[in-house]
Design a binder for this molecule. Sequence first.
Ligand code: DC
Length: 195
Amino acid sequence: MNFTVAIDGPAAAGKGTISRAVAARFGFAYLDTGALYRAVGMKGGDPIEAAQNLTTDDLARDDLRSLAAGQAASQVAVIPEVRAALLAFQRDFARRPGGAVLDGRDIGTVICPQAEVKLYVTASSEVRAHRRWLEVGGDAAIVLAEVKERDARDMGRADAPLRPAADALVIDTSDLSIEAAVELACAEIARHLRP
Ligand code: DC
C-alpha cells in the first residue's frame, strides 16, 4: 500500500510531535525533512555539494535541533539546487510501501502534491516562540525574533515557499493540547484510509 501523509507548517507549530504520533498510530514510516536541510546547513562548505553528498552521519549530528541549525537550514533552503538535490530522496520515501508521513514546508505543495492526506499545522508566532524557548532557553525576545525571521524567509522565498496546499486541513495548535491535535490528524487520516 502507498499512502502519504504530508504535514507542513512553520517552525515549532507541533508538526514533529504530531507526525511521530500519527506514524506510530498507523504504523507508517516517518521522515523529518527539516533534518535534511539542518544537516546541509551545519555541514559547512558549499551547500549544493553538501546536499548532493549528504550521509547518514550528517543526519545523526547531535546539534541538529539547535537554533543555529534552524537558521542555517532556513538559509540553505532558499537555494533551488539544494532543494532539487533533496527532492528524489523525499519522493521515494513518500511512496515506500506501508505508508509514510513526511513533515516540512513544501511536502503537500511541491514534494507530494498527490499525497492522500495533507495537513497544515500552525500556531501563533508567540506560542511557537514560547515552545521553542522552553526547548532551548536563552533570551525569550531573541527566540521570538528568530521565529519571525525564519517564518518570513520560509514564506517569502521564491522556490517552494511555505504555504498551505489548497486541499490541506489546517490545524491551529495555539489553543490545542497535543492529544487533541493528534486526534484531529488521526481522524483525517482514518477518513481517507477507510472512505
Ligand atoms: O522543520 P525545521 O524547523 O526542522 O526546518 C528547518 C528549516 O529547513 C526551515 O526553516 C526551512 C527548511 N525546510 C524547508 O525549506 N523545507 C522543508 N521541507 C523542511 C525544512
